[in-house]
Write a protein that binds this ligand. Structure first.
Ligand SMILES: Nc1ncnc2c1ncn2[C@@H]1O[C@H](COP(=O)(O)OP(=O)(O)OP(=O)(O)O)[C@@H](O)[C@H]1O
Ligand SMILES: [Mg+2]
Length: 370
């Protein structure tokens, strides 16, 4: 299938490679949700990454704003226009609608002039008052989509959602090939942005709301279970393959990770997996007991993970230590341990281990790597 990549990190993954060539996708969201930025990035990537010229049709009253917003992301829209790779068309909905139905209108001339393969219309909400006449609005969008298809363009049509307006039943949705929704929501008290591919005709897609962020070069989407951005060369497995993937291979040697676990989740399963992986990798392992932890519970846990014999052998070989210090003696014991382990192990980072001291007592720190 011939796909048009948006070039936006993460979004192409949600679209399973990109939108189908010649398709028109609706990008809907409330004011300030990032619609225009996404549209501009789609065109900029098209030109700079894929050699596909683009047309930006906007009903924006202040043309300067488009160039300035693009510049904020480091995109030189004027420069690209001068090179004949981009056209920014400022027009009114009426003029556009009259023009596109003609075979040789201004728009089709522009498309031919630069050889445009992509188009963004910002925004179709201006075409017609959808609330006043849903039928008129649908016909207006239908006319536009047909004209763009006639020109073999791959299109993003921006649609503004009014407050509380739900997407999913809009009159234009039957006309477009797909729908991308931009929303905001709270995650643990933080206001975050989400992007969701709701439909993509003729193509599989991942319909899970995914976080996205504004950055220097535009937006970046974090799809669920994506490939990590980097891989550590040497890392110890957490014992959970998916988590290792998210971490870029596991926990890198010499580093210090804090794990926050919800009260209703049991951390034991993680502890056992981490200890098992460490011992199997031939590393030393130190366990520092928490409040409701003791050696027999630890043994039972390792036994349930099928590690009873391995634990016994590791204990005999001094590969594993279990510390049950009270608050006072913890740092002294750790210092001593680091000193002895340091002589025997290649991965020894006492300074990081020492920062244990500064942690609040109930922080979950089941792992130290020496
Ligand atoms: N570089 C950036 N860093 C952080 N946030 C940014 C950045 N650029 C834009 N934004 C945020 O994105 C918002 C607007 O983005 P954009 O213009 O793409 O949204 P929109 O959905 O088109 O809005 P409107 O409905 O007003 O046209 C801004 O209000 C700003 O909060
Ligand atoms: Mg906008």
């Amino acid at each position: 299938m011939d796909r048009v990549r948006t070039g936006i990190e993460g979004l192409d993954q949600l679209l399973c490679g990109g939108l189908l060539r010649g398709n028109a996708l609706l990008v809907a969201g409330s004011p300030g949700s990032g619609k225009t930025s996404l549209g501009m990035q789609f065109l900029h990537n098209g030109i700079t990454k894929y050699g596909e010229p683009g047309l930006f049709i906007t009903f924006e009253e202040f043309p300067e704003r488009i160039y300035r917003d693009a510049e904020n992301f480091g995109w030189d829209f004027r420069g690209l226009e001068n090179q004949g790779k981009l056209k920014v068309l400022f027009t009114s909905p009426d003029v556009l609608q009259q023009d596109i139905i003609r075979d040789r209108g201004i728009v089709s001339e522009m498309i031919a002039e630069i050889g445009a393969a992509r188009v963004v219309v910002d925004s179709i909400s201006n075409l017609h008052d959808a609330e006043e006449s849903p039928r008129g609005f649908r016909e207006a969008v239908y006319g536009l989509v047909n004209a763009l298809k006639r020109e073999s363009l791959s299109a993003l049509l921006i649609r503004e959602l009014r407050e509380k307006e739900e997407i999913g039943t809009g009159p234009e949705e039957f006309v477009v090939d797909g729908l991308i929704l931009l929303t905001r929501g709270y995650v643990r008290g933080h206001n975050m942005r989400f992007i969701e591919v709701i439909k993509s005709r003729g193509s599989p897609h991942i319909a899970i709301p995914s976080l996205f962020f504004f950055g220097k070069g535009g937006i970046r989407v974090l799809p669920p279970f994506q490939e990590p951005f980097y891989r550590f060369e040497e890392a110890v497995s957490t014992g959970i393959a998916d988590l290792d993937d998210l971490l870029g291979g596991g926990i890198p040697y010499g580093s210090f990770y804090l794990m926050e676990v919800d009260a209703d989740l049991h951390q034991d399963i993680f502890d056992a997996g981490f200890a098992k992986e460490a011992l199997e990798a031939g590393d030393r392992y130190v366990r520092i007991a928490g409040q409701s932890d003791d050696k027999s519970r630890w043994r039972a846990l390792m036994k349930s993970a099928g590690m009873e014999r391995r634990l016994r052998r590791a204990t005999e070989n001094d590969e594993v230590r279990f510390l049950e210090p009270d608050g006072e003696t913890l740092s002294a014991e750790l210092d001593q341990l680091c000193a002895t382990a340091g002589a025997k192990t290649t991965h020894h980072h006492p300074s990081q281990v020492r920062s244990f001291r500064t942690l609040p007592p109930r922080s979950l720190v089941p792992m130290v790597h020496l």
